[in-house]
Design a binder for this molecule. Sequence first.
Ligand SMILES: Nc1nc2c(ncn2[C@@H]2O[C@H](COP(=O)(O)OP(=O)(O)OP(=O)(O)O)[C@@H](O)[C@H]2O)c(=O)[nH]1
Ligand SMILES: [Mg+2]
Length: 310
Amino acid sequence: MPKPYSVINEEIKDALKGKVGEERVKEIRRLLKEIQWDVGDYRKIKDKLRRELNEIEMVEQAKKASRRSSKTRKETPQFLVIGVTNSGKSTLINSLCGTQIPVEEYEYTTTELQYGALEYDGIKFQLVELPAISEGSWDYDKSTLAHVYSTDCLLILGKTFEDFAIVISELEQQNIELIDKREGDGFVQISPRRIPAILAKNENLGLVAHNNLKNVYSDDFDSIKKTMFEIIRPVRIFTMNSFNEIEDQPVVFYKDTVNVEDVVIKISKSKIDIFKDAVVLEGGPNGRRKRVGLTYELKDKDVVHLTFRK
Ligand SMILES: Nc1nc2c(ncn2[C@@H]2O[C@H](COP(=O)(O)OP(=O)(O)OP(=O)(O)O)[C@@H](O)[C@H]2O)c(=O)[nH]1
Ligand SMILES: [Mg+2]
């Protein structure tokens, strides 16, 4: 005798709780094997699981493809600009990045992804416009949803409260939780269901309240860039070359705890075995000098001089 439908339903919910990505795929596959009956309510459950499996696999593939398609992807945080039609997505990217994405008064002008890039305080960002979303736009066609899952952060645009309500509700229906800053242990995004987001609103709008998300005005470009920077919180470590000169380009990390070992690994993994020690100038060239080992925790703008055994 199979277990009652309601019992199985609860067991499935429990088994899948908190599982995302590969782990969720594994669990769904296991459940599909475990539920032997494939008729009536059991078939409905299995169909639901099969649909979810397809969806996750599609998203995982899109994530892999998007990482492969851009060499700089890993080093360049991406902000996906989303909103209802005519919310000013193309206009904003053009203003921030100097691009010439077509802008029109009529609706649904942008039908394909549009790209822009900008730099702020030495950090490059990629901005991508997602074609407008509307109520129920992901019910049947989930293709643009894959880009939401694979981005690092969302920049949600709106001219009215209603604009934001639509976008936020559509995201919620896809079980996407919006958070106010990146997670402490990493960036590029780890969980596609928890995405840092900024709300960029029309100058006439009051505070849009949602999960403590940061609000910016869509015509206040400096404030937008500054907020993007604050959300990703890069840790920039400057290294010294063999002539004791500080390199122009820092090694950048998008996680909170960065130590000397992380820097060695990023520069040259093979050198870790011959690492001798490091001299750190705290916070910049004029900072306090310290001789440290691999486990020493570095802060943004620290300068390190690594020495290796011959
Ligand atoms: N008043 C005002 N109008 C704006 C602003 N931003 C954009 N617009 C106008 O709104 C219209 C739509 O702008 P787009 O940038 O094309 O908007 P979009 O969100 O990319 O729209 P679609 O790609 O068509 O979905 C254009 O006529 C813009 O000139 C703004 O900040 N204030
Ligand atoms: Mg557009």
